[in-house]
Design a protein. Structure first.
Length: 139
């Protein structure tokens, strides 16, 4: 299993909207950055992802699970980019702010800090566990 972080602006797509999408989940589409798109292509069935509210909030607010691996993004007319299908897993009672993440030296290497504009990024297992502990989340 691999771990990821997916960013979404909450006024465009929020964790609450993700929750309401139910067991069929929703297509994580609209990614037009090649590095982020390559990360989508690496995702496998049942991989877990942190759901990060970007711009407004700048915080990890929950988790989602990959339920369908990369397929052509229907929003891309040129059919160059891919999407994955994700399903809601959990909304956190206590969100984990970017500020808190930056203050933790053990995870200062994360792309979330180093490449702040990247919308889909890998999270190593050790960092996943640290972030879960920070949020008092069972992983």
């Amino acid at each position: 299993m691999q771990y990821w972080l997916l960013k979404s602006e909450p006024n465009v797509w929020s964790i609450e909207q993700q929750r309401k999408s139910g067991s069929k989940g929703v297509s994580w589409d609209g990614v037009r950055n090649y590095q982020a798109a390559n990360n989508l292509k690496k995702m496998r069935l049942n991989d877990l992802c942190f759901f990060y509210h970007s711009n407004i909030g700048k915080e990890i607010v929950g988790t989602v699970k990959v339920i369908k691996e990369a397929f052509i993004d229907k929003t891309d007319k040129k059919k160059r980019f891919v999407a994955v299908q994700v399903r809601f897993v959990e909304k956190f009672n206590s969100t984990i702010s970017l500020e808190k993440i930056k203050k933790n030296k053990a995870i200062s290497h994360l792309p979330l800090i180093k490449q702040s504009r990247l919308s889909v990024m890998p999270i190593d297992y050790k960092s996943w566990k640290i972030i879960c502990k920070m949020g008092k989340i069972n992983s």
